[in-house]
Design a binder for this molecule. Structure first.
Ligand SMILES: [Zn+2]
Length: 307
């Protein structure tokens, strides 16, 4: 059933578990997400970026909408990183129940003004709103404190930002970055900062973690073995994710892990069966591999059985 992002996340925050927001851009990914959520009896958020909408157009949004409505678990359809007011309006018109406006690259006052405008429009049609404060640049533990402060979410600013904009959930920059992490050392979550933000926003306020893929090393090894090139890729450790959920994170974004699962399985099938040329025999196994990834994430976040 189709619900708003806030309906899913308010309950998650209150009961202390996390909900996955998984990015889709085609039928197989969408089915993998929904099949996993239904098998685990978990609420789920399906995220579409502006790039996905450009790629899949009306065919994609109509399909996701139909499948979400038919699902036996609560599903929100969410615009990931909307960059303009117009982009958000298009998503709302297409039936999205949740939108993100990302003006985090703008100065604080501009971010507040533009986010507030989007929040008013989305709330007028009953959709929920996410915005971002701070930069998801990926900050390593050894970076100097003042340099970190310039990039990561300032707790006091977060409180003012939420009060002034009226958004429903806030994406925080606490060290993670998008994509498979390729920097030196290990990816890092600034737990003290997260705890401070959650304290100022209150015990019911849902926070969002971007760049939170796990990049399972088993998949990375299979990807390499099948001829893929990925370098020295890392994700966020499972225990770090669970700790962040206990500290206030309610929505955990995952895209990289699904891409990795999809491409790994496609490579393996094509390597093992050079004669195969039926797309279903290539994409079907990839869908199955992605479903397993989503199920593992749902178990990690603690949302199984919460539908
Ligand atoms: Zn993101």
């Amino acid at each position: 059933m189709l619900v708003t992002g806030l309906e899913i996340l308010a309950k998650a925050r209150k009961e202390g578990y996390g909900v996955g927001a998984f990015n889709t851009n085609n039928m197989e990914i969408t089915q993998a997400i929904l099949e996993a959520a239904e098998a685990k009896r978990s609420p789920v958020i399906i995220a579409l970026s502006e790039g996905a909408l450009k790629y899949g157009g009306r065919a994609l949004t109509k399909m996701v909408h139909e499948l979400a409505r038919d699902a036996s678990v609560p599903v929100a359809i969410h615009l990931d990183h909307g960059h303009s007011y117009e982009s958000v309006l298009r998503a709302l018109y297409a039936g999205f129940t949740s939108v993100m406006i990302d003006k985090s690259g703008e100065p604080f006052d501009v971010n507040v003004a533009e986010t507030k405008r989007v929040a008013e429009a989305a709330h007028a049609v009953g959709a929920s709103v996410e915005a971002e404060l701070g930069r998801l640049a990926g900050v390593e533990e050894h970076v100097a404190v003042d340099e970190k402060d310039a990039l990561l979410t300032n707790p006091r600013e977060a409180q003012i930002f939420v009060e002034r904009t009226g958004i429903d959930f806030l994406a925080v920059a606490i060290g993670t970055s998008h994509g498979p992490y390729k920097g030196k050392g290990k990816p890092f979550i600034d737990h003290a900062r997260l705890v401070e933000i959650a304290k100022l926003l209150g015990p019911d306020y849902p926070l969002v973690l971007h760049g939170a893929s796990g990049v399972p090393q088993e998949l990375v090894q299979r990807f390499r073995a099948a001829g893929g090139e990925i370098g020295d890729a890392h994700g966020i450790a499972p225990e770090d994710i669970q700790k962040a959920i206990s500290e206030g994170i309610a929505k955990i974004n995952t895209d990289t892990d699904l891409r990795l699962a999809f491409t790994t399985r496609v490579r393996e099938v094509l390597n093992a069966e050079p004669a195969v040329f039926d797309p279903r025999k290539i994409l079907g196994p990839a869908r199955e591999e992605m479903r397993k990834v989503v199920e593992a994430r749902i178990d990690l976040f603690g949302s199984a059985g919460k539908a």
